[in-house]
Design a protein around this ligand. Sequence first.
Ligand code: FE2
Length: 249
Amino acid sequence: MRLAVISDTHGNAVAFEAVIRDLRRQSPDAVVFLGDLVMRGPQPAECLELLDSLNPLAVIKGNHDHYFAKYPDAAQWIPKTEKERMNLRQLLYNKQLLSEEQQRYLGCLPVKHLFREGDFQAELYHAAPDSLGKITWPWSLEEELDSLHTDSSTKMVLYGHIHHAYTRNAFGRQIVNCGSVGLPFDGDARASYAIVDIAQGQTAVQIRRIEYDIERVIRIAKERSMPDTDLFERAVRTARFAYSFKQPV
Ligand SMILES: [Fe+2]
């Protein structure tokens, strides 16, 4: 059984297309998506269509997808900080480009998935069992990694959210972060996803990094007058988090 694990496309369909080209060569038996399909990047509708074309086994909601559940009417959102203002600008941009049905789809996604193959069981989350936004770093204490599952028979945890790809062992359980397709923050600007092979209870994990046309997605963001394109450009070029705002407004 070969499982492809993808996450955090963030409206970057140029990166997503490059990942799909590589993924087809890997010929997985199933594809799972761990959330944050849209927001930050210029092509939300294209990302929904590309994900649909993969006929995914599971699609999980990320904190950015959750904005569509929290604010079905963006006018209800009164931003309190500069960062919230930016997120509201991005929500309005995404709402312009997504149908009502697509927005409902994002808002209603499940927050977890239990994957089973024979005796093998994996728990899938965007960030953590009890949170869409909790940050568990690759260098977190083993005890923190151990809080990412709820069932003792789980052998592997798969999550996204932090945009840092890694795999580690925590008290005999494998923790895998597949990284981000559209907006890596781990210093490697290539798109990231994971391939997990499962056979007779044994697993092998590959983190795959895929080159894509960064200039093209920046050009599309500019052509579409996407808000905060300068931050997106800095993030995709440097593969570092570019969305910090210190001053509350
Ligand atoms: Fe994300």
